[in-house]
Design a protein around this ligand. Structure first.
Ligand code: ADE
Length: 248
């Protein structure tokens, strides 16, 4: 079963409205919705803001629901100068940028025995990019798509110096507050995941007001991508299920 998670209600609202919800349960303070989206069985959750909330929600979903993959969808602050509000970023990798063991000679974001980069599931990344192409390619004025590293930390970035640091230190495209926590937890549990972000702001001095002004509109772009991606992701078979013709 597929889980779709967002941090805020706006980030899951359109999907919730478009789904037939058959069950609502609250676990660990998170309301979990079960239902169908265009015939696909889904678990839908709003995890709340930040890495702790995202971790608790992700582990709770994995423990209580028969999940085989997870999509995190929400907004982020873009870190490159030519980015536009509304553009979409698919995280090929996530890093928790505020993990700081530099006092022990480690790089920012690095944990002992773990490295610092967590890779999204390549098949889900590919499907999300294909979904973007199917929905937006050729659309005048549509969002751009970028694939690359998304960084997460427990801080809303509204500061040109920090955004420059995040871009240069981590080669990051966007910053947000949950993706690496979801990725880390999925990785530890062997659950394939992908993080998809629409850009609500560019993490500079106007970020908070841009965020508030753009949140709903940007979530429409993400929803259009999810509409196409969810059936693709749900019907993809796990590698162990694929049978080779002629094999016994
Ligand atoms: N989510 C959306 N914009 C953000 C920003 N500038 N910093 C952190 N998280 C965000």
């Amino acid at each position: 079963m597929l889980a779709v998670v967002g941090a805020m209600q706006e980030e899951i609202d359109l999907l919730e409205q478009a789904s037939t919800i058959t069950e609502r349960q609250t676990r660990a303070g998170v309301e979990v919705l079960r239902g169908q989206f265009r015939g696909v069985d889904l678990v839908l959750a709003r995890c709340g803001i930040g890495k702790v909330n995202a971790t608790i929600c992700t582990q709770m979903l994995i423990d209580h629901y028969p999940l085989d993959k997870m999509i995190f969808s929400g907004v982020a602050g873009g870190l490159l100068p030519n980015m536009q509000v509304g553009d979409l970023v698919i995280a090929s990798h996530v890093i928790q940028y505020d993990m700081d063991l530099t006092a022990f000679g480690r790089r920012h974001g690095e944990l002992p025995d773990k490295g610092r980069t967590i890779e999204s599931d390549p098949a889900l990344v590919q499907m999300a990019a294909d979904a973007y192409d199917a929905v937006f390619s050729g659309e005048a004025g549509g969002p751009n798509l970028m694939l690359g590293t998304v960084v997460s930390g427990d801080r809303f970035i509204q500061d040109p110096d920090t955004l420059r640091w995040l871009q240069r230190e981590f080669s990051a495209l966007a910053t947000e507050m949950e993706g690496a926590a979801v990725g880390y937890t999925c990785d530890l549990n062997g659950i394939p995941f992908v993080v998809i972000r629409g850009l609500s702001d560019t993490a500079g001095s106007e970020a908070a007001s841009d965020f508030s002004a753009n949140l709903s509109a940007v979530c429409q772009n993400s929803f259009r991508l999810l509409e196409r991606l969810i059936p693709m992701a749900a019907h993809e078979h796990a590698p162990a299920m694929v049978r080779v013709a002629g094999a016994s």
